[in-house]
Design a protein around this ligand. Structure first.
Ligand code: 13P
Length: 337
């Protein structure tokens, strides 16, 4: 797989409606997911689970990139094949989560800033050698009383810009993820407002840092109601508000926007993406980079048992195909049966 520019890599990942599998859960997050199916989070179980995903027939044609955690990029199958080779055999590019999680922002007990910038250059050099084509850095913002604060937004977005420029220097595509959390009872308007502020600040700092936007992928939240709000915005309202917000702040040269699912159900995440792609064509590709919304059914089918691997792979393959359809605006609920 030879590419002559970062733009080519980004475009390849989302070519023909393909999207990204986010399989970069840190070990504690993986343990939380495995808890739901009563599976112990050992290194072997994590490897077996990821291998199941990467070998699923539906990886090919539907998934153009996979985000890995540090442990996974170094793991091998029982017959000695690196997991990143399995991914490449399926026609997808391996990527790597490079942030080191969240710490308190200015001693706040709610607001957070992302850790890991200090030794990032060094780590990127190693990841590029290990075979990563792209990277991910996640910033997290909360909606609440007077939140997110502009100071916290700017601190996070300037770090995202610093991160992106270090990654590009190491010849990988930075995926920038400013996640406004769904947690809370806020309205869709509150989410629109917070997401707008983040995107405006993000593209200001990316431009200040001289980041090549044509070699960058944006991984945003959708504009939704809070998950405990009494009134939930409809699928079409979410699609309309998200697209409106993106059109206001995202430059045309950005090749790809790949959404996070953020706790949405599998069907909602697919339906929202489909509705956006039905509205019109955009200068950027609108696709997916889902974690939970690609894996929930797979985990449930697997339950940590070898005899369930085939069924779990069928569940994953179906979900990946449904999301590819959605990123082409060709999904409908009757395809789900
Ligand atoms: P979810 O789709 O589960 O939100 O995960 C995507 C991700 O990579 C979060 O950083």
């Amino acid at each position: 797989m030879d590419f002559s520019s970062l733009n080519e890599i980004a475009k390849f990942i989302v070519s023909d409606g393909k999207g990204i599998l986010a399989a970069d859960e840190s070990n504690p997050t993986c343990a939380k997911r495995f808890d739901t199916i009563s599976v112990e989070s050992t290194e072997k179980n994590r490897r077996d689970y990821r291998e199941l995903l990467f070998r699923a027939p539906g990886m090919a044609n539907n998934i153009g990139g996979v985000i890995l955690f540090d442990e996974t990029i170094r793991q091998k199958t029982d017959d000695g094949l690196h997991l990143i080779e399995v991914i490449k055999q399926q026609g997808a590019l391996p990527g790597i989560k490079v942030d080191k999680g969240l710490v308190a922002f200015n001693e706040s007990n709610i607001e957070k800033v992302t850790n890991g910038i200090d030794d990032l250059d060094q780590r990127c050099q190693e990841y590029a050698k290990l075979g990563a084509f792209f990277t991910k850095w996640r910033a997290v913002l909360n909606i609440g009383e007077q939140l997110p604060s502009q100071d916290c937004i700017d601190a996070n977005m300037s770090l995202l810009a610093k991160y992106a420029s270090i990654v590009q220097k190491n010849n990988m595509v930075p995926m920038v993820e400013p996640e406004v959390l769904m947690d809370g009872d806020h309205s869709i308007e509150d989410c629109y407002d917070a997401t707008s502020k983040c995107l405006e600040s993000l593209f200001y700092f990316l431009s200040e840092a001289g980041v090549d936007i044509s070699g960058t992928i944006l991984k945003p939240n959708m504009v939704t109601s809070g998950n405990s709000a009494e009134t939930q915005a409809s699928i079409d309202e979410v699609a309309g508000a998200t697209v409106e917000c993106l059109k206001s702040y995202v430059p045309d040269e950005l090749p790809a926007i790949t959404f996070l699912s953020g706790g949405q159900s599998e069907i909602d995440a697919t339906a929202h993406l489909n509705a956006m792609n039905k509205i019109s064509n955009y200068p950027w590709r609108l696709s997916f980079s889902y974690g939970r919304a690609l894996q929930a059914g797979t985990l449930k089918a697997w339950k940590g048992k070898a005899e369930n691997v085939k069924d779990a792979q069928l569940a994953f393959s179906h979900r990946a195909f449904m999301n590819k359809k959605a990123s082409l605006g060709l999904w409908s609920v009757d395809l789900e049966i």
